[in-house]
Design a protein around this ligand. Structure first.
Ligand code: ZN
Length: 433
C-alpha cells in the first residue's frame, strides 16, 4: 500500500547562516525524509541533492543518520547497465517506527499497526455491541486489543511510536469525547480512562495517544494510505451515523472549533422525520444505516454495521426490489446533501467510505444524478464519486497513518529518542517498549 506524502516546497540552505545548527539539521532531516517518502521510485543521494539544493555531502550525512535511526533503508541495487557501480536508491524503512490505529465503534473494536512505508502489518477486530457497555469497560477491552496489536508489532521488530483512536462522535480538546450519540457517550475523558494502559513508546514530539473523530481519521487514511488522487475531497463514513472528513489541498479541514464534517445532520427535508439531534429531516434519518435497513424491510434485524452493509449488497445484487428502492432513496438523499457541500467548497471527489463502500454500486448513481442536477459547475467540472479504497478499516488505518506522518514531518524527535534510549529504539519480545 503506497503512502502519499505531501512533499512541501524544499528550501535550500540559503538562509542557513541565520539558522541554529540544531535547527538546520532538523530541517535537513525532514527535507530529505519527505523527499524519499514522496518519490515515485527510490531516489539516489545525488538525485536528492539535485532536487533539494542541499550539497551531496550534507545529503550523505543526513541519509546516514536516517539509516542509523531505522527511518530509511537502501533499496536493492538496480541491474548494472554500464561501467561503474549503480547508485543505491533509498526507501522508507519497514522495520523502524510504526503507528497504532485504534477504533471504538457501535458494534466493534479495532486495532491496526501501520509501518513507515504505509503497509498495514496487523489489523485486529473484535465484534461486540458496545451500546450497553459503560465507556470505561469498552476502553478496557480496547486496551486489551491494543496490547495484542502492539505485541505483534514488537515481534516484527517494530516500535509503536504513537497511537490514534477513532471515536464516532465529537471530540474536544485533550481527547474529551463531548458526545458520541450512537454509543451513548457524553463527556467521556478517554485519555484519563486509558492512562493505565501504555499504548506506545515515548517518542519526543509525538503524543502517546490522540483521540479524534472517526470520519476525520478515515479521511486521513484515504489521503495517506489510499490511491493517489485528488487533494481536495469529501470522505463520507456511512454507519448508523453519517460523518464526513473534508480534505482541502491535502490538509484535513477541522473547522474553527474542530467540529466540521457533521454531514449527517444537514437537513434534506426540513419538516421531515425527527432526529436524535433534536432537529428534523436530517440526512442520517434517510441515508443512515438504520433508515436504509428499515426501508429495505430489515428493521430490527440487529445486524452489525459491516454485516448489514454486506446483507444489503447481497439483496441488491440479487435484485431485491425493497433493497434496491431503499438504496436508491438513500442515494438521492445523500446526493442532495453532497451537492450542497460541493457547491460550497468546490470539491472534485466524493469518497463513499465505511458502510457505504460496499453499497457504492447502488448509492453512486443517484448521488451522481443529484450532483449533475444541483451542482452549478457539474457540466464542465465533473465530480468523481467512488468507494473508499480502505473500506470499513479506514479510520483505524488513518489513525495509524497520522502517527507515522508526524515522524516523517519531524524525524528528529524519533531519532533523538531512539539514540538516547536503546530500549525504545530496539523493542523486543523479551523487552517490550
Ligand atoms: Zn440530526
Amino acid at each position: 500500500m503506497a503512502v502519499v506524502w505531501q512533499c512541501q516546497a524544499v528550501n535550500s540552505t540559503s538562509s542557513a547562516g541565520a539558522v541554529r545548527q540544531g535547527s538546520l539539521r532538523e530541517l535537513n532531516l525532514a527535507v530529505v525524509l519527505r523527499r524519499i517518502a514522496a518519490a515515485d521510485r527510490p531516489p539516489s543521494r545525488a538525485e536528492i541533492a539535485a532536487g533539494t539544493g542541499l550539497t551531496r555531502a550534507t545529503v550523505s550525512a543526513v541519509v546516514d543518520d536516517l539509516i542509523a535511526g531505522r527511518l530509511v533503508a537502501e533499496a536493492e541495487p538496480a541491474p548494472r547497465t554500464g561501467a561503474g557501480r549503480p547508485a543505491r536508491g533509498l526507501v522508507l524503512a519497514g522495520d523502524g517506527p510504526a503507528g497504532l490505529g485504534l477504533e471504538v465503534n457501535v458494534d466493534y473494536l479495532a486495532a491496526c499497526v501501520v509501518d513507515l512505508t504505509g503497509t498495514v502489518r496487523h489489523h485486529l477486530v473484535r465484534r461486540a455491541d458496545l451500546r450497553p457497555v459503560p465507556p470505561a469497560d469498552a476502553l478496557d477491552r480496547l486496551a486489551t486489543l491494543a496490547a495484542e496489536a502492539r505485541a505483534a508489532a514488537v515481534r516484527d521488530g517494530l516500535t509503536v511510536a504513537g497511537a490514534a483512536l477513532a471515536v464516532p462522535g465529537l471530540v474536544g480538546d485533550g481527547g474529551l469525547v463531548r458526545l458520541a450519540p450512537n454509543l451513548g457517550w457524553r463527556d467521556v475523558d478517554v485519555p484519563a480512562l486509558l492512562a493505565g494502559h501504555p499504548l506506545a513508546a515515548p517518542v519526543d514530539g509525538i503524543p502517546p495517544l490522540v483521540v479524534d473523530n472517526e470520519a476525520n481519521l478515515a479521511a486521513l487514511g484515504e489521503l495517506h494510505a489510499g490511491p493517489p488522487g485528488s487533494a481536495s475531497f469529501l470522505h463520507i463514513t456511512g454507519e448508523i451515523g453519517i460523518g464526513a472528513g473534508i480534505v482541502l489541498d491535502g490538509v484535513l479541514y477541522r473547522g474553527a472549533r474542530g467540529w466540521s464534517g457533521e454531514i449527517g445532520h444537514i437537513p434534506v427535508q426540513p419538516q421531515g422525520r425527527p432526529c436524535r439531534c433534536g432537529g428534523r429531516g436530517c440526512l442520517e434519518r434517510y441515508a443512515g444505516q438504520e433508515a436504509i435497513l428499515a426501508a429495505a424491510g430489515l428493521a430490527g434485524a440487529d445486524l452489525p454495521a459491516d454485516t448489514a452493509a454486506t446483507r444489503l449488497a447481497d439483496l441488491a445484487g440479487a435484485g431485491d426490489p425493497a433493497a434496491l428502492a431503499a438504496l436508491a432513496d438513500a442515494g438521492t438523499a445523500l446526493g442532495v446533501a453532497v451537492s450542497g457541500v460541493v457547491n460550497l467548497l468546490d470539491l472534485d471527489t466524493v469518497v463513499l467510505g465505511g458502510g457505504y463502500a460496499p453499497l457504492a454500486p447502488w448509492l453512486r448513481p443517484p448521488v451522481v444524478e443529484e450532483i449533475s442536477r444541483r451542482v452549478l459547475t457539474a457540466a464542465w467540472s465533473p465530480v468523481t464519486v467512488r468507494p473508499a479504497a480502505l473500506g470499513a478499516s479506514s479510520a483505524a488505518v488513518g489513525g495509524a497513518a497520522s502517527v507515522i506522518r508526524r515522524i516523517v514531518e519531524r524525524p528528529v524527535g524519533w531519532l533523538a529518542t531512539s539514540s538516547t534510549s536503546g530500549s525504545t529504539a530496539r523493542c523486543t519480545t523479551a523487552s517490550p517498549c
